[in-house]
Design a binder for this molecule. Structure first.
Ligand SMILES: [Zn+2]
Length: 505
């Protein structure tokens, strides 16, 4: 049978950039074997040491999870599509802020009667009020609703703007980041004048202008196992717009424990995913949670973040708007929520596909006999620190490092050093060390191009900030290279310490 295997964006760099391949196969397992035969670089990403499919890569035959069919033994028909769905984390940007500032702690209480609308509000919401699906009652429900946005970044921007405009009465935002110039390409909640300000400050200002009738509650903190239940508790709906796996799992587990719907969205390059966890499916079944979909996170570094891989500017606008729409539907109790379905959007193809998600009765959090009944250490669970900067440092581990200043000094005195840049060609176009004869070998091509390197040379590996080159170093070490250094802080550090004319990105 001729079937199409679709390769998700984060894995395409291991498949010569291809988005799909056609293979001959009788079963799903054979189709995937055919894919790996065509692109051997994919193998470690899809299979574990025992030859089983990895936990964080789900395979679907057309719309159905093969785990709910016959696994890799599931038979395929002519023209079928096998869809690989990996976990992607992209959303807001993360950074660390020590201080914890929490605005007026919201009080939980019995459900209050729906609030009335003022004359001004009636005028403002008139295009809602004349729709029978919303009407006066629906608009009052929106006003009475409390929605928590986790993240005020790419996804949080359209979410905040549309939910405020639509009249959601109470909007909470958790974020601990400041606005950075690199955010402005997609985080439309913030403007040029806001660079350097806390995102919560610019969000508060912008949203208060969009709709002064909305009560904004800002939680300037990183969501942790210690504070998550308390922060989430007063809200009716939680919307996940985070960018890292530990926070994704934390938000999921806290929502399951509190019995709150979790409106999920994630983005990477030009691909987005959206669903609603923890809500009833249109069939009246209890919907799945994130853990039912991805029981375990991918190992650190395997799936690049938006900061590493990039994201198309409009994409968070589309996925975040979908999340806003689903949130409003949940509040109104109208239509069919995106529960039990994962929507996958490919902006380059302009294609939408949908796969069915089912609750896993064996899920450790929402299963019939949950084995985890409280929050855990999610950074340890994901084997990584929650933020990008620390991840880059942790990635270094026992990797020998050289500072940009030291490398410059050694080049200056004429030491023979081979510089290997493991970034992608389009990143080389932005900035490079060509004047020092740097060799471009993208991480994904390292295995096949290793013969271009001489193990007797002293080699300094670099990428943007040091994480990818640390992985490259590990691989070269395994292959027997010994005289290796990782450029600490990557080419960004070079721009800071050595050559300020180099652009940073
Ligand atoms: Zn679950």
């Amino acid at each position: 049978m001729r079937v199409t295997v679709r390769i998700p964006t984060p894995l395409r760099s291991y498949a010569s950039g291809e988005g799909r391949v056609a293979v001959e196969a009788e079963t799903v397992g054979q189709a995937l074997a055919g894919l790996v035969e065509r692109h051997p670089g994919l193998k470690p990403h899809l299979y574990d040491g025992e030859g089983g499919l990895r936990n964080f890569v789900n395979a679907y035959l057309n719309e159905d999870d093969v785990r709910q069919l016959e696994g890799t033994e599931t038979r395929v028909s002519e023209g079928d599509t096998v869809v690989l769905v990996p976990s992607i984390a992209g959303g807001a940007d993360g950074a660390t802020v020590e201080e914890t500032r929490e605005a007026d702690a919201p009080d939980a209480g019995a459900p209050e009667p729906l609030p009335d609308l003022s004359r001004e509000e009636i005028q403002r919401y008139s295009r809602h009020l004349i729709m029978p699906e919303v009407g006066m009652e629906g608009q009052k429900k929106l006003k009475g609703a409390k929605v928590l946005l986790v993240g005020a970044g790419g996804l949080g921007s359209p979410l905040g703007l549309y939910l405020a405009a639509a009249g959601v009465g109470t909007i909470g935002i958790v974020d601990h980041d400041v606005v950075d110039a690199t955010n402005l390409q997609r985080q439309v909640l913030h403007g040029t004048k806001d660079v350097g300000r806390p995102k919560l400050e610019s969000a508060r200002e912008r949203l208060a202008d969009v709709n002064p009738h909305v009560e904004l509650r800002t939680h300037e903190t990183r969501l942790t196992s210690e504070n998550a239940l308390e922060i989430l508790e007063p809200y009716d709906v939680v919307v996940d717009g985070t960018d890292n796996f530990p926070t994704r799992y934390l938000v999921n587990d806290a929502c399951v424990l509190l019995g709150k719907p979790n409106v999920y969205g994630s983005i990477f390059r030009f691909e987005g995913q959206a669903t609603v966890f923890g809500a009833e499916t249109p069939e009246g079944e209890r919907g799945p949670c994130y853990r039912c979909l991805f029981r375990e996170p991918p190992p650190p570094g395997l799936v690049p973040s938006c900061a590493e891989g990039g994201v198309l500017g409009v994409l968070p606008g589309i996925i975040g708007s979908l999340q806003a729409l689903e949130t409003i539907k949940l509040i109104l109790g109208r239509g069919e929520p995106l529960a039990g379905r994962l929507l996958i959007f490919d902006a380059l193809e302009m294609s939408w596909r949908q796969v069915r998600l089912r609750r896993n009765p064996g899920c450790p959090v929402c299963g019939d006999e949950p084995t985890q009944t409280g929050l855990i250490d999610y950074e340890a669970f994901c084997g990584m620190p929650a933020d990008e900067d620390a991840a880059a440092v942790a990635g270094a581990g026992d990797v020998p490092e050289i500072s940009a200043t030291e490398l410059a000094r050694r080049l200056e005195v004429g030491d023979e050093i081979t510089i290997v840049d493991v970034r992608e060609p389009h990143e080389w176009e932005i900035v490079n060390l060509a004047e020092h004869d740097a060799l471009l070998v993208p991480l994904g091509e390292l295995d096949e191009r290793m013969s271009e390197l001489d193990s007797s040379d002293e080699i300094v590996l670099h990428c943007r900030s040091g994480a990818r080159s640390a992985r490259a170093l590990e691989r070269l070490k395994e292959a027997g290279f010994r005289k290796l250094w990782n450029l600490e802080g990557g080419i960004l550090a070079w721009a800071d310490e050595v050559d300020p004319t180099k652009p940073k990105y």
